[in-house]
Design a binder for this molecule. Structure first.
Ligand SMILES: CC(C)(C)c1cc(CCc2ccccn2)cc(-c2ccc(S(=O)(=O)CCO)cc2)c1
Length: 238
């Protein structure tokens, strides 16, 4: 992947998003808008040219799965439609590397706004996390809009959204007694999901904010439940 024309951008934005995800929500005007057990969802109300682009940051703690497993299922095109309910169609239009793909997605229409599509690169990587006392690796998937002349945004049918999303996962293991193998009961995964979706064209602010408030908590709960269910009878992917 390192010789691909997009690689410098992919590398830079992935690392920027990792830093952004690890910033706390204490400063920067984040407001808690949804809570469900360990899941806390924050947003900032921001508009760009009158369009709602509210950044979202969700923090969650999931027991019994590793960060590698969470990122594997989030990244994998093969299982995307099993958990992703906001999408009507998904195509991989370019394989840059086995950990870097370009997706074209048609999203379900949010009435009365017109239907949207998104075209983005998606990159997964493991980041050694030395400065964390538990010394556990961090896994990240970063999705960021990109252009492709073969798939112009002015295709007439959909409005092209621009998005930047990252899923940052850190695994914590409560070591069992000496010589006892680690089971899923000893594993906890701390995840931070950040997203900024620019609708790319007019959409009613009140409708969007209501949809985001309802859909994002559902989206994250559904995804995490999916990963737990997929992993429960499989060997642990550290
Ligand atoms: C419904 C709602 C949850 C708010 C929503 C609306 C839209 C765009 C559709 C849209 C936006 C604005 C106006 C009209 N339609 C996109 C998404 C979205 C995009 C990307 C990702 S991802 O995390 O990268 C996983 C790959 O799919 C998840 C969700 C969500």
């Amino acid at each position: 992947a390192s010789q691909h024309r997009l690689w410098p951008e992919i590398d830079r934005i992935s690392m920027e998003q990792l830093r952004y995800a690890r910033l706390g929500v204490g400063e920067g005007g984040w407001q808690l808008f949804a809570e469900d057990g360990e899941m806390k969802m924050y947003k900032r109300e921001e508009e760009v040219n009158g369009m709602v682009v509210d950044p979202l940051k969700a923090c969650h703690v999931v027991r019994g799965v590793t960060g590698h497993e969470m990122c594997h299922y989030f990244f994998s095109p093969d299982v995307r439609m099993d958990w992703e309910t906001t999408v009507e169609q998904m195509t991989v239009i370019e394989t840059i590397a086995d950990d870097t793909l370009v997706f074209l997605q048609v999203h379900k229409r949010i009435w009365p706004a017109s239907q949207r599509d998104s075209l983005f690169w998606s990159h997964m990587r493991q980041v050694p996390d030395h400065n964390d006392r538990d010394g556990h690796d961090i896994w990240i998937v970063c999705n960021h809009s990109t252009e492709n002349p073969g798939f112009p945004s002015n295709n007439g049918k959909c409005v092209r959204v621009s998005l930047t999303v990252c899923l940052v996962c850190q695994t914590f293991i409560d070591p069992p007694k000496e010589g006892v193998p680690i089971t899923r009961d000893d594993i906890t995964c701390k995840i931070t999901y950040c997203s900024v979706v620019n609708p790319g064209g007019w959409a009613p602010a009140s409708v969007l904010r209501a949809v985001y408030k309802r859909e994002y908590p559902k989206f994250l709960k559904r995804f995490t439940a999916y990963v737990i269910d997929q992993c429960k009878d499989k060997p642990i992917m550290f």
